[in-house]
Design a protein around this ligand. Sequence first.
Ligand code: HEC
Length: 135
Amino acid sequence: MIRQTLMILTATLTFSSFAFASGISDSERAAITDRIQPVGDVYLVGSEPATAEASGPRDGATVYGTFCVACHGTGVSGAPKKGDVGDWGARIAQGEDTLIKHAIEGFNAMPPKGTCMDCSDDEIKAAIEHMIAGL
Ligand code: HEC
């Protein structure tokens, strides 16, 4: 009887330590914890985490840095480069209204709103002004 109990005990210990040794890794544990997170978090009034979401219009530098720089930084597909007089001279000569219109509606390889679909016209205008500032 004692012998049997010992055997069962030993077996149990062996199996549980085996399960422990082959247990999930920290990253798997983190992944599981992630998956079982509740969909929404509850915050007490006043203790909401600060969000990066802007409450007002984004400034030109922000819009440029988020959307336009992808092409206008290095001149992808012939995009006029930020701050480059040679690239912008003739375009600026068309007048700002045309620049804004082309930026909003799209122009050849220039996509409408420079891919910032939730940008307001003013935000697009600010981004253009940021690109040609000082020219
Ligand atoms: C996918 C690449 C791409 C992105 C992103 C992009 N542009 Fe452009 N953009 C171009 C190209 C290419 C041209 C040149 C088109 C031409 O002259 O044929 C251009 C031209 C322009 C022009 C000049 C239009 C004219 O009349 O000469 C303005 C203004 C402009 N882009 C504004 C922006 C703004 C503002 C953003 C960001 C909100 C932006 N672009 C994002 C590719 C891009």
